[in-house]
Design a protein around this ligand. Sequence first.
Ligand code: ADP
Length: 193
Amino acid sequence: MFNLILFGPPGSGKGTQSEKLIEKYGLIHLSTGNLLREEIANQTKLGLEAKSFMDKGQLVPDAVVIGMINSALEANSQAKGFLFDGFPRTVAQAEALDTLLSGKGAGISIVLALEVDQEELVKRLLNRGKSSGRSDDTDESVIRARLVEYENKTAPVASYYAGFGKVVYVKGVGGIDDIFQSLSRQIEARQLA
Ligand code: ADP
């Protein structure tokens, strides 16, 4: 199995690049943000609980997202690999993911980390908010809260995987296709795809 984590702060382009990468490498896309928004749209109990955190720019509790990822892995047991987007976002989530994957005789193959500076992120998210219909993208204070959550809780996930020599940093500023080529080169350089 080839399992890729596309890592980076909110607005770094994970969603955009994920769409291209899953098509090129035949991976199943698992975005916890998308899964949570589906739960909200379906007005499930989980969705209602998650929404109160998301509206404030806070992370949803680990147990909620880990449960969702577990179900998604089970539902795609024949997949040749997964692209994780927006997950894991805490070290506890990363440890849980490693446990789930090792139960399947698999693991994380590579972590590709998109690098974009903070002011560019705020600009992109406010711009996305004009058309995305996402309320968490229209309020600058919610955007800044998400970036603080990222620094405090999510950035340590990169150090966790760096400890296993799995992290590769890629510049996330420039043309979409140029960034896609850089990501593809990193995947192919490791002959993992
Ligand atoms: P972005 O990366 O642009 O913030 P996402 O769609 O990935 O957008 O996430 C939106 C919100 O959903 C986050 O701010 C957070 O509240 C929640 N969320 C998504 N994934 C996770 C996760 N793995 N753990 C906790 N909360 C999550």
